[in-house]
Design a protein around this ligand. Structure first.
Ligand SMILES: Cc1ncc(COP(=O)(O)O)c(C=O)c1O
Length: 407
């Protein structure tokens, strides 16, 4: 497929590297290749470049101490470090609280903790995809060591009230560690760890969701947090994350956050307008549609929309014939035919859970691209419904014996 013709609407899975990010990385992929641990001057120059990148990220997150930012390889590593490291740092407690809609990079680790004898509470979510703060408080116990709740959901874009939940945690017991997986939030939402998020101890994110390359992530670790290192070996990152620093990618991550912050407000408004136009045009043109997470605060770039009585995979396949890239769940789980654990937790009816598509936009999307999707999508749905045993093509409505769906 001609890459120039692709309409890329899968930015919650990954993003293209911004040209400015690539430019910033080039010197460190070519002539400035030195190991920052070496003593000679050219290597010390790369050490200073890392320090500047760390400072720039710390400033971009509300002016935290640069020492509180650790570079990792990805958000999965940051989440593993946060959860397993906190458990190792707090051996007297055995209870963890999370939600049932986390990314597998948190859910999988929590399930592993359960297998290792920890008690894990997987909080349910309501139909809008959010947790009930009352139920959250009731789940806290004197044995709770860690709360890990995502900032924004990768499938639906639903945003969690992290400010409130982290404050409630610390008011109940200041020694409970609060972690948030902010992989879908950083670069899209303001993330201020000195103000709204001042009760958050640990925060994970990843470069490839904000136009930096894959293979670089970070973990904010507030000073004084009891969290043991996960990667053990060398002295890098003050002994908190061993392994030679990925210098070019660290430089790229810092440049990517700078770019995102420079234009965040304009981008957010423009992207939300495009997303809303797509959402209302598809809702107007196609019967039996539901927007998952509608009504809850959502990321401006994400639309998770279900078309009753058809399969998401069929829609994705046909969209891809037109060069349109979208997804039917998180990229990590879309290899399986299992319906999304997030939509199931939100009790999306089974007639819709299989027919869901996630469109996730970025600052590189244009109005023309959205118009092209609006132009082809109703026919794709109509074609697939022709094959559906539950659809009456004469009336363009469900057959009388089709399972009932709430509108
Ligand atoms: C919310 C969330 N957490 C974690 C991850 C994993 O990120 P990485 O690919 O950097 O390990 C993703 C990726 O989709 C995500 O969306």
């Amino acid at each position: 497929m001609d890459p120039m013709k692709i309409i890329y609407l899968d930015n919650n899975a990954t993003t293209r590297v911004a040209p400015e990010v690539y430019q910033a990385m080039i010197p460190y992929l070519t002539e400035d290749y030195f190991n920052p641990s070496s003593m000679y001057e050219p290597a010390q120059q790369t050490t200073r470049a890392i320090a500047a990148a760390r400072k720039s990220l710390a400033d971009g997150m509300g002016g935290v101490d640069p020492k509180e930012i650790l570079f990792t390889s990805c958000a999965t590593e940051s989440n593993n470090t946060a959860i397993m490291g906190t458990a190792r740092g707090n051996p007297n407690r055995r209870h963890i609280i999370t939600t049932s809609v986390e990314h597998p990079a948190v859910l999988g680790v929590c399930k592993e903790m359960e297998r290792n004898g920890y008690r894990v509470t997987f909080l349910a979510v309501d139909g809008g995809g959010n947790v009930d703060p009352g139920e959250f408080i009731r789940a806290l116990s004197p044995d709770t060591l860690l709360v890990t709740i995502m900032h924004a959901n990768n499938e639906t874009g639903v945003m969690f009230p992290i400010e409130q939940l982290s404050r409630l945690t610390k008011e109940t017991d200041a020694s409970i560690v609060f972690h948030t997986d902010a992989t879908q939030a950083v670069g899209k939402l303001p993330v201020d760890l000195m103000r709204e998020l001042r009760y958050v101890d640990l925060l994970s994110f990843s470069g490839h969701k904000l136009h930096a390359p894959k293979g670089i992530g970070a973990l904010f670790m507030r000073r004084g947090t009891r969290c043991r290192p996960y990667m053990i070996g060398g002295h890098q990152e003050d002994g908190r994350r061993a392994g030679t620093e990925n210098v070019p990618y660290i430089i790229g991550l810092a440049r990517a956050l700078q770019l995102a912050l420079e234009s965040r407000e304009q981008d957010e408004a423009r992207i939300a307008r495009l997303r809303d136009r797509l959402e209302s045009a598809l809702g107007d043109a196609i019967p039996c549609v539901q927007v998952n997470g509608k009504g809850a605060p959502r990321l401006p770039n994400t639309l998770n929309i279900s078309f009753h009585y058809i399969e998401g995979e069929g829609m994705l396949y046909q969209l891809s014939e037109f060069g349109i890239c979208a997804s039917s769940g998180s990229a990590c789980t879309s290899g399986s035919l299992e319906p999304s654990h997030v939509l199931r937790a939100m009790k999306v009816p089974f007639t819709a859970v299989h027919g869901s598509v996630r469109f996730s936009l970025s600052r590189y999307n244009t109005e023309d691209e959205i118009d092209r999707v609006i132009g082809v999508f109703p026919q794709i749905v109509a074609n697939l419904r022709k094959l559906s045993p539950y659809w009456d093509n004469e009336r363009n409505a469900p057959r009388p014996d089709a399972p009932i769906v709430s509108p």
